[in-house]
Design a binder for this molecule. Structure first.
Ligand code: 5GP
Length: 190
């Protein structure tokens, strides 16, 4: 059984996770694709809910076995990937799948499923705003913070490759816009 893929990407701090959560609340047929990740679990995160947390060794083993639909070393030493079994599990349950992944992963998934997928890029108002949001979030050490800002600039340069761009300067507006785009794609009412 297959279904649709709603692939959401955008820089860390763009609000994409908040928008994905909102969409999950609005469209019950959507289910979140839980990625595998080799980074450390943050406070409050739950293994098997936010991510399947794996060691780097285990992650590499899975790469070798061909378990991933796509994977990226998103930050040096931190691997993230979408497992085939995860997407199959959700499709078999009759759901469409929503992804919160990086820009390269988004492009790769779309290549696998060109007909069934929509890619949505969440655009932050500016790099300055992004930096302020990340600073407020305080989840990163200074070193990781710098990495995330650099990565954000790189990610923004990919935005033109996406099917839809959503500007997130006002979260309520971004919610409405995302609801419209996804509702149209899934062809369902809220
Ligand atoms: P974070 O560490 O903040 O949870 O996520 C870091 C980045 O990795 C985010 O841009 C997130 O969307 C991305 N990411 C999460 N899961 C995956 C995945 O399965 N594949 C890819 N390519 N990127 C992912």
């Amino acid at each position: 059984m297959t279904g649709k893929l709603v692939i959401v990407a955008g820089p860390s701090g763009s609000g994409k996770t908040t928008i994905v959560r909102h969409l999950l609340g609005v469209y019950p047929r959507l289910a979140f694709s839980i990625s595998a990740a080799s980074r450390k679990k943050r406070e409050g995160e739950v293994d098997g809910e936010d991510y399947y947390f794996l060691s780097v060794e285990k992650f590499k083993e899975k790469i070798e076995k061909g378990d991933f639909l796509e994977w990226e070393e998103v930050y040096p030493g931190s691997y993230y990937g979408t497992m085939r079994t995860e997407v199959e599990r959700l499709w078999n349950a009759g759901r469409d799948v929503i992804f919160d992944i990086d820009v390269k992963g988004a492009m790769n998934l779309k290549k696998h499923y060109p007909e069934q997928a929509i890619t949505i890029f969440i655009q932050p108002p500016s790099l300055e705003t992004l930096a302020q949001r990340l600073q407020k979030r305080k989840t990163e050490t200074p070193e990781f913070f710098a990495q995330r800002i650099q990565k954000a600039a790189e990610e923004i340069s990919y935005s033109s490759k996406f099917d839809k761009l959503i500007q997130n300067s006002d979260l309520e507006k971004a919610f409405k816009e995302a609801e419209g785009v996804v509702g149209e794609f899934l062809k369902v009412e809220k």
